[in-house]
Design a protein around this ligand. Structure first.
Ligand code: C2E
Ligand code: MG
Ligand code: MG
Ligand code: MG
Length: 291
């Protein structure tokens, strides 16, 4: 009967997963199971205020605790999740988990803001506003502590639907960041069209900061552009003191990166926050950009 045929198919897929771990259909089926078996976990990367050197928030980054393959980073399964539509339940799970974790943070991590990545499929999903509102209500998290990160391509893909969703989310008090800024279809129109609270400068530019004059100019320009439109500038992937110093000199407001910490399990967060506070602040090496 159909039921036993169904079981047979599942066996075929798991055999495929063993033989071809990257196979999309196998990954999709395994990911679906992983969601229901709670094999997904969120790790949190501290976000630092570059002026004070204090941790002001965390970004939630999903990992798959795979029973055989160990801890998998998002590049192993997010693309499949996006293509299959599984990103919607996966993203909703991440949103719920992150809001509950943030509301429960104590000690040195108490009160930190939390940023959650939202894919294009989620942003344009008809229930996105309800999902965010539910996550806030069931966790009791102050909406002002939640930031949603969307990419340039996500806002441009279905711009009418995205605009309505972003406006509604913004009205809830949630903040909106453009992630990987500068790597997408950089139409600056959306800066005045959408309620943007933060620009996240992509690591691609940050890592060229002390070696490439072009990257220096791009970083400085994005920081001043953010300032001009009243958005917070946040640098991604800061790994060296030289990058920290240059960003501080440009007046960049916040940053995250291995210089302070990678994303860590929630149990380690309090300890990591304390360690971040011990990272010395470099002198500003360049004049502050005019405001
Ligand atoms: P992203 O949102 O741009 O996240 C930043 C990525 O840079 C993270 O990779 C982080 O671990 C990494 N990173 C941070 N600091 C440094 C550094 O100093 N050096 C280097 N080399 N890397 C650094 P990760 O965790 O592998 O995530 C990759 C991407 O997967 C994220 O990029 C985001 O687009 C996506 N992603 C992660 N979690 C979720 C989620 O819950 N939902 C959705 N839709 N996407 C997610
Ligand atoms: Mg992000
Ligand atoms: Mg990013
Ligand atoms: Mg990035």
């Amino acid at each position: 009967d159909a039921k036993s045929r169904g079981r047979g198919r599942v066996r075929v897929f798991s055999a495929e997963l063993r033989d071809h771990p990257g196979d999309d259909l196998a990954t999709e089926v395994a990911l679906q199971a992983a969601l229901s078996r709670s094999e997904l976990v969120l790790h949190y990367q501290p976000v630092i205020d570059l002026w004070t050197g204090r941790v002001v928030g965390v970004e939630a980054l999903v990992r798959w605790q795979h029973p055989e393959r160990g801890l998998l980073p998002p590049r192993h399964f997010i693309p499949t999740a996006e293509l299959s539509g599984l990103i919607v339940p996966l993203g909703r799970w991440a949103l719920d988990r992150a809001c509950r974790d943030a509301a429960a943070m104590t000690g040195p991590a108490a009160g930190l803001d939390v940023a959650v990545n939202l894919s294009a499929r989620q942003l344009t999903h008809p229930d996105v506003v309800r999902h965010v509102r539910d996550a806030l209500e069931s966790s009791g998290l102050d909406p002002r502590r939640l930031m949603l990160e969307v990419t340039e391509s996500a806002v441009l893909e279905d711009d009418e639907v995205a605009a309505v969703a972003l406006d509604t989310l913004s009205a809830l008090g949630v903040r909106i960041a453009i992630d990987d800024f500068g790597t997408g279809y950089s139409s600056l129109l959306y800066l005045r069209r959408y309620p943007i609270d933060a620009l996240k400068l992509d690591r691609a530019f940050v890592s060229g900061l002390t070696t490439s004059p072009d990257d220096e100019a791009i970083c400085a320009s994005v920081v001043s552009l953010a300032h001009a439109v009243g958005a917070t500038s946040i640098a991604e992937g800061v790994e060296t003191v030289g990058e920290y110093a240059a960003l501080r000199g440009y007046g960049c407001q916040q940053a995250q990166g291995f210089l302070w910490s990678p994303a860590v399990p929630i149990e380690e967060l309090a300890e990591v926050v304390v360690a971040c506070h011990r990272v010395p602040r470099p002198a500003r090496t360049r004049p502050h950009l005019p405001h």
